[in-house]
Design a protein around this ligand. Structure first.
Ligand SMILES: [Zn+2]
Length: 92
């Protein structure tokens, strides 16, 4: 299992990557945005699949890693993958 400092380092690296991606999508042209989206979709699916593999479910649907009916990882993924709500631009 990753140490807490290792988790913070990975979390920080992921946040930096996502921030760079967001800037690229916001300020890049359509072709750049499509290229990044295609690349990131594969990475996202791979990352989620890898994470879920560390929290397999038992026959009753309980997480074997969290040892509970609820799974902290699945709850975090559910929150992270929620759609981004856009805020209407004032005057627009
Ligand atoms: Zn779990």
């Amino acid at each position: 299992m990753e140490s807490p400092s290792g988790v913070k380092r990975v979390d920080g690296a992921l946040r930096q990557h996502l921030a760079a991606l967001l800037i690229g999508v916001l300020y890049g042209d359509d072709e750049d945005s499509l290229r990044m989206a295609r690349t990131e979709t594969h990475r996202l699916v791979d990352a989620v699949t890898l994470c879920l593999g560390t929290h397999p479910l038992d026959e009753s649907g309980g997480c074997t890693a969290c040892r509970a009916t609820g799974c902290v990882l699945r709850d975090d993924l559910r929150q992270a993958l929620r759609p981004i709500l856009t805020v209407p631009v004032a005057g627009g």
